[in-house]
Design a protein around this ligand. Sequence first.
Ligand code: GTP
Ligand code: MG
Length: 318
Amino acid sequence: MQDVSSLVAQAREGRPRAVARLISLVEGASPQLREVMEALAPLTGNAYVVGLTGSPGVGKSTSTSALVTAYRKAGKRVGVLAVDPSSPFSGGALLGDRVRMSEHASDPGVYIRSMATRGHLGGLAWAAPQAIRVLDAAGCDVILVETVGVGQSEVEIASQADTSVVLLAPGMGDGIQAAKAGILEIGDVYVVNKADRDGADATARELNHMLGLGESRGPGDWRPPIVKTVAARGEGIDEVVEALEKHRAWMEEHGVLTERRLARASQEIETIAVTALRRRIGDLHGDRRLSALAERIVAGELDPYRAADSLVEGVTEG
Ligand SMILES: Nc1nc2c(ncn2[C@@H]2O[C@H](COP(=O)(O)OP(=O)(O)OP(=O)(O)O)[C@@H](O)[C@H]2O)c(=O)[nH]1
Ligand SMILES: [Mg+2]
């Protein structure tokens, strides 16, 4: 057990070890989290959260690192969270990212952390917002969240960011993949990285075309920009930052930032509640209450809906 109030006080001063411990509590689904989150609540709400998604190898980590450099130049404190929803271990696949981010390792204004979420009840949707809270409370002005791996999680992480950046690269068959993965609906800013390679213009054109297809935008609506970058050389990164700032200003002007944060908070409450309920119901395996209900169903005395209702009532009362 650790002293939560001193950890929180140290994290608030931006002490990396305290921040690391708090995120480890999130990763380990510690029972102390309740106390941690209560202490952090008044310290949160300042960070701008940017999610980065895209196919493996598209250049998310390289772009993240370049964005960190750009934000540091602007004097911002930056948090980086690399979440791996496919792995039960932090480290591993994320090790390469640490190498790519190593130039920031000694900078006290940057906090970099990877987190694995597989195998946790509630998974990514449960853990990521809490890790974001920790970084927010630790004084990060900007939090960059990179999702490692593919699949549903891209859409999931996008719903946890203020602004979502979708990265593509030429020659990866991304156009078709993008449509399949539904990422054309989640991007606020699109980046065609590896613009030093052939086909970047074609990819940008195709993307532009595809984004335009479902278009029914009014005059005040946000039109996601497409920015070409060579992240490995830092080219185009200032334009990405500019696009992010524009999106943020647009959200503030139209009340979208508040709307998104409310939606996120609702989702967070729901996830924690459902996770708690699932855990309590899971605890009933082999419990007499459950088997008694099952017996009544088999005997034809009870239908499964009523049985489920009484189970839910049973675990939520007291
Ligand atoms: N040619 C070229 N290569 C790049 C560029 N940006 C990144 N790369 C290279 O592409 C490879 C993958 O980059 P990462 O930044 O690790 O990509 P990622 O999307 O984070 O990959 P995962 O985390 O594994 O999904 C690395 O070898 C980078 O050096 C670029 O602009 N041009
Ligand atoms: Mg990466």
